[in-house]
Design a protein around this ligand. Structure first.
Ligand code: C2E
Ligand code: MG
Ligand code: MG
Length: 379
């Protein structure tokens, strides 16, 4: 077929020729599939399949993507319901473009399509692109916020290319960054790409976002990603996007697709603990000088989360670490040392808030340093 026209797309929609292929998302914590991304396909009347690159640009430019997206909602909902009937924790991801989010009643229609089918909104991930952050798209941004408020997980797709700016990241309720294909695909070819990726992953974790890498085609690239603390991957290395039934079959097999060890997560957790100690000590010293209320509020805002379950180390320990650590004896001791460390964090903060003399603070700080070393030696 020549380049499709709007009339071709309209006919395709009337003839119900659009469907999804699902690309498995593999967790680097468990090594298994945990969900999949729905990618639009069009089987024309001759039976040939067309990929988004051939028709999505026209559909987006013309606004026809709104009609296509709407028509796909029942299929998305039905797939999710079927997947969750046996695998209640699994998710499906859908790409939603700016004109769709901007369209009238988008959120209402999206939500009722999922809920009316008996599927769970919390198991839907929506991928948006940086375009939604551009000035003038306030209605779009509101739609993103409303979806998130309703429990839908929002992901930023294609991060790291185009005009991606870290400034955006705090503006919308994102849970994850999906690093652009171009960066991932050549991660093993260029040291520069690898370094950018490693720092993006670290940045994501610092901001409480997890990182998904898509476009992974080589074992070497996968090792680089896993060693950097990437938590989820997608790529032709594990297979191409599949018809829903085949995807479901793979999920049912429950096979461990990746058998490596995600040591990057352990490292990130350990470094984060060192950062946490430094950040706490810094703010305690700021608080100790008892400045005006404004300084105090700024300091409190900079304080790291000192709850034992909320620091990166805690999340790792009670999450991926629990899944992976085989030496149970050591694991328990590590947990105790970690809890002790956090107890001292709380005591230190309390002492600073009470206006205790510097000597008292310094005594707790040295205890804290000792406990931090113990955590590191056990980890
Ligand atoms: P995307 O959301 O960034 O999807 C990733 C694209 O990379 C997909 O192409 C996927 O098949 C491809 N890919 C994933 N891993 C690999 C790999 O290891 N190697 C290679 N060579 N490719 C890989 P696809 O399916 O052609 O989709 C292209 C774009 O079309 C998507 O980019 C997304 O922006 C858009 N799109 C797809 N489905 C929908 C939809 O239902 N609605 C909207 N609005 N946009 C869609
Ligand atoms: Mg996507
Ligand atoms: Mg992408």
């Amino acid at each position: 077929m020549e380049k499709p026209s709007l009339v071709d797309l309209a006919k395709a929609l009337v003839n119900d020729e659009f469907f999804y292929h699902i690309h498995p998302v593999v967790s680097l914590e468990t090594g298994t599939i945990i969900g999949g991304e729905c990618l639009l396909r069009w089987r024309d009347e001759t039976g040939s399949i067309h990929y988004p690159g051939e028709f999505i640009p026209l559909a987006e430019e013309s606004g026809f993507i709104v009609d296509i997206g709407r028509a796909m909602l029942p299929k998305l909902a039905a797939h999710l319901r079927e997947l969750n009937s046996s695998f209640p924790e699994f998710f499906l991801t859908v790409n939603i473009s700016q004109p769709e989010l901007e369209s009238n009643r988008f959120v209402e229609d999206f939500v009722s399509a999922i809920q009316d089918a008996g599927a769970n909104l919390a198991n839907i991930r929506v991928e948006i692109t940086e375009r939604v952050f551009f000035p003038g798209y306030e209605k779009t941004q509101l739609a993103v916020q409303r979806l998130s408020d309703l429990g839908v997980q929002m992901l930023l797709d294609d991060f790291g290319v185009g005009y991606s700016s870290v400034e955006y990241l705090s503006q919308l309720p994102l849970v994850a960054l999906k690093v652009a294909f171009e960066l991932v695909n050549s991660i093993h070819e260029q040291v520069y790409n690898f370094k950018v990726m490693r720092h993006l992953i670290g940045l994501g974790h610092q901001l409480g976002l997890y990182i998904i890498a898509e476009g992974i085609e080589s074992e070497e690239g996968l090792t680089l990603l896993a060693s950097s603390g990437c938590t989820e991957v997608q790529g032709f290395l594990f297979g191409k996007p599949l018809p829903f039934d085949e995807f479901l079959r793979q999920v049912q097999e429950g096979r461990r697709i990746w058998t490596g060890y995600p040591f990057g997560l352990d490292y990130l957790a350990q470094f984060d603990h060192i950062d946490l100690r430094r950040d706490l000590i810094r703010e305690v010293l700021v608080l100790h000088t008892r400045h005006d209320e404004e300084t105090r509020q700024r300091s409190l805002a900079r304080l790291p989360n000192i709850d034992a379950h909320s620091c990166l180390f805690g999340k790792w320990y009670y999450g991926a670490g629990r899944l992976r650590l085989t030496n149970a004896e050591n694991y328990k001791a590590l947990g105790v040392a970690h809890e002790d460390f956090h107890e001292s964090c709380h005591r230190l903060l309390e002492a600073a808030n009470e206006g205790q003399p510097l000597q008292v603070l310094i005594a707790i700080i040295s205890e804290l340093s000792e406990q931090s070393r113990e955590v590191m030696s056990l980890a």
